[in-house]
Ligand binder design. Structure first.
Ligand SMILES: *[C@@H]1O[C@H](CO)[C@@H](O)[C@H](O)[C@H]1NC(C)=O
Ligand SMILES: *[C@@H]1O[C@H](CO)[C@@H](O)[C@H](O)[C@H]1NC(C)=O
Length: 375
């Protein structure tokens, strides 16, 4: 008797679990806007934790100021740019695609496909071995949509609507310079291309990636340009003689960024809609790099965590020196901003002028898209 009751109870529990795992198509559009993230370490929220690679941030002191105070794979002391955008969307941080927790109803909130070390080109970051290069991030996006459809009881139209309604962020390009063209003197790419020709090649390849994103259903895509890569503590320590931003890397970013804006404009003209929004990460960073005190920073040259000149040599590890007050530093490690710098950057995403956000800023996007979604 007792055995039968327990067996019956187990059936009930299993049925309830199946119902909970099955997301409901009716709930689409009522929750926070779904969010998809693609790109490199600036936006990776932990995919590389699941891979055999040296490009990882899953041990202390990374995550020192994260809500859990744990290293999650984010390349920061606390929140990264996607996390802060999620705050503005009113949703929790988007889970890495490789996380086992991304399943059932959590699929509805989006996914983060980014992987530290990747670039626009397949040969960027080869020294990091197993990372999710762009062709694979896009394949995973496709696979995600199959899983989403399954969790919506096979309603492919509802899955497509969800993807089209999403906000998308893609951050790429920095590694194609620092971890490819300029990685070593006389790198293969620098022998193959002059800098202007390399930049044109990158833009042509990036255009293909953005077109594939569109073909996979993306309709609002924030595309960040290259930051001032010559000003990273890593470059101040290794390339620059006087603590000034490295001229060659700054020249690379200055060549690349306007062509990226022009390319997104062309794509938008072709699609007849403002699908791609160019984010001027260069200006957003330069504001506090050129006037750190105006933003409450003690320094924008010395990283909080690291060793050697500017704390810019090698990785941030448990053996590195760590600054006591992270809010006084623009850079957390030799390449990546602190949470406080990330917050300044995202505030420009929200309200920046067309020079920062072209053709429109994120608060305008959210307002316009919410109005368009009204029945
Ligand atoms: C990158 O790799 C993918 C296949 O993984 C290939 O289709 C694509 O053409 C490659 N891109 C370049 C620029 O070689
Ligand atoms: C950007 O956002 C602010 C604040 O929401 C808004 O007032 C401004 O008009 C926007 N600028 C552009 C160019 O969309």
């Amino acid at each position: 008797m007792a055995a039968i009751a327990i067996a019956f109870l187990l059936v009930l529990v299993a049925a309830a679990a199946a119902a909970a795992a099955m997301a409901s198509a009716a709930s689409i559009g009522t929750g926070p806007r779904p969010f998809f993230v693609f790109g490199d370490s600036l936006v990776d929220s932990g995919n590389n934790n699941y891979l055999l690679t040296t490009a990882r941030a899953d041990s202390p002191p990374y995550g020192l100021d994260y809500p859990t105070h744990r290293a999650t794979g984010r390349f920061s002391n606390g929140l990264n740019v996607p996390d802060i955008i999620s705050e503005h969307l009113g949703s929790p941080p988007v889970l890495p695609y490789l996380s086992p927790h991304l399943d059932g109803p959590t699929l509805l909130t989006g996914a983060n496909f980014a992987s530290a070390g990747v670039g626009i080109l397949n040969d960027t970051g080869i020294q990091f071995a197993n990372i999710i290069r762009m062709p694979k991030q896009l394949r995973y996006f496709q696979q995600y949509q199959t899983r989403l459809t399954r969790s919506l009881a096979g309603d492919a139209a509802a899955a497509r609507r969800l993807v089209r309604s999403a906000l998308v962020l893609i951050t790429l390009g920095g590694n194609d310079f620092v971890n490819n063209y300029y990685l070593v003197p006389f790198s293969a790419r620098s022998r193959q291309f002059s800098l202007p020709d390399y930049v044109r090649y990158l833009i042509a390849e990036y255009r293909k990636i953005l077109r594939q994103l569109y073909d996979l259903g993306a309709r609002r895509v924030l595309v960040t340009g290259s930051g001032p890569i010559g000003c990273a503590p890593a470059e101040l320590a290794t390339r620059s003689a006087n603590g000034e931003c490295d001229i060659e890397l700054q020249r690379a970013a200055a060549l690349y960024n306007p062509q990226l804006v022009a390319m997104t404009r062309e794509l938008n003209a072709g699609y007849g809609a403002d699908v791609f929004v160019a984010v001027n990460a260069y200006r957003m960073h330069m504001d506090f790099i050129s006037a750190p005190a105006a933003y409450g920073f003690l320094t924008s040259k010395v990283a909080c965590c690291g060793q050697g000149p500017y704390n810019g040599v090698g990785l941030c590890t448990a053996l590195s020196s760590v600054c006591p007050d992270r809010s006084l530093y623009a850079f957390w490690d030799n390449f990546h901003p602190t949470e406080r710098a990330n917050r300044i950057i995202v505030s420009q995403f929200m309200v920046g002028s067309p020079e920062y956000m072209h053709p429109l800023n994120l608060s305008t996007i959210l307002a316009v898209d919410a109005a368009a979604a009204m029945p």
